[in-house]
Design a protein around this ligand. Structure first.
Ligand code: SAH
Length: 349
């Protein structure tokens, strides 16, 4: 079997089966292991109580832990947001955020160590790109949080791929992780509860549309003209707005899902009423929704005043586009993408 996934948390039952047969173990153990990993979210192989001792020892020897990552530090915000910094067994560190609400518990997960997209306002981009995560590393973030929630009789209801990295630049592992999370023998979380956020890799958006999955797509737009967008998002030079929106239209046509366009408001840069109107005109007639995110300052950029944000939202609404303003969470714990990691790494120097 030729697989880049090496850890059981990244394998489907039939692939675990192949691994077991190489180790001389019976095939039916694969379903047991898969269920322990993905449904019970156990943090150690020794808790897989219906496995024989020798098999547990083999698993421990080969993989140490059911998750290829370890918690380094965590912070809890006054609003309940929890942020985790993980060290990966294969090297590097990533962040994961739990956003508890009354009706739902959402986890925000990372897909790469660092990011190559270099958006000017993003803390992750500043640290450069190290590597893609494996599906096991992506899914384990979810399992870790699921485990924590279980202890309080809660469980995850939503997953957003909005942490560190560009999910569609790590397409195969991200798709594998979605299908693992989706698997009926595992977490069995519906694709409609999963959102993948992208800076706009148009060809990959088309690929995703063809996957026959009902995942939500969020597209980071942040500007309504090519020159303005490319100035803060270099990817805009590779896939201009016309090409990006054509791919998004294809996504809607194939999946009938409403796309969420993310728009981070940066003071005096993209927050004027005429820019709101241009954004409205650009998106007019599309099955979509705009999510306004007051920027979390990490560099030079600053956040517009509450008044200016409200004016932008009103101007956009007047064009007929549904708008929401993202409620701020966890600013007291460096919850902006990449911030905790940056702070911790700096502290270690
Ligand atoms: N690479 C993907 C997903 C990760 S970023 C993407 O670009 O969509 C998740 C969202 O947070 C994106 O919309 C991104 O543009 C936004 N973001 C990044 N840094 C931010 C900051 N400092 N303040 C507000 N939003 C930010």
């Amino acid at each position: 079997m030729q697989l880049s996934e090496r850890h059981p948390a990244g394998l489907f039952p039939e692939e675990i089966e192949a691994f077991l047969s190489e180790a001389g173990e019976p095939a039916y153990r694969a379903r047991q292991i898969f269920t322990w990993l993905h449904r019970q979210a156990v943090p150690s192989f020794s808790e897989m109580t219906n496995l024989p001792r020798e098999l547990i020892e083999k698993l421990e020897e080969r993989f140490q832990s059911p998750w290829p990552l370890e918690l380094v530090t965590s912070r809890t915000s006054a609003d309940g947001t929890e942020k985790y910094l993980f060290a990966l067994s294969a090297g590097g560190s990533i962040e994961t955020v739990l956003l508890p609400e009354e009706e739902r518990d959402t986890v925000c997960i990372s897909t790469q160590v660092g990011c190559a997209m270099n958006c000017s306002f993003c803390a992750t981009g500043r640290s450069g790109f190290q590597r893609d995560l494996s599906a096991a590393e992506i899914v384990s973030q979810v399992l870790f949080v699921q485990r924590r929630l279980k202890a309080e009789d809660r469980q995850l209801t939503n997953i957003v791929y909005m942490g560190m990295g560009e999910p569609l630049a790590n397409y195969a592992a991200v798709l594998r992780s979605v299908r693992l999370i989706n698997h009926p023998l595992g977490m069995n979380l519906g694709a409609r509860r999963i959102t993948i956020s992208t800076c706009g890799l148009a060809p990959r958006i088309r690929d995703l549309a063809d996957e026959d999955l009902q995942v939500n797509l969020a597209v980071s737009l942040h500007a309504a003209t090519d020159p303005e967008r490319s100035a803060i998002m270099p990817i805009g030079r590779v896939y201009p707005l016309a090409e990006l929106l054509a791919a998004c239209d294809y996504y809607t046509a194939r999946t009938h899902r409403r796309i969420s366009y993310e728009y981070a408001l940066i003071d005096s840069l993209n927050d004027g009423p005429e820019q709101a109107e241009r954004l409205g005109n650009l998106l007019k007639g599309r099955l979509c929704h705009v999510n306004l995110i007051p920027i979390n300052p990490v560099g030079e950029e600053t956040r517009p005043s509450a008044k200016r944000i409200a004016e932008f939202a009103r101007a956009l609404e007047r064009t007929g586009i549904p708008v929401s303003i993202r409620r701020e969470r966890g600013t007291d714990i460096e919850a902006a993408c990449g911030q905790l990691r940056q702070r911790t790494l700096e502290g270690c120097r």
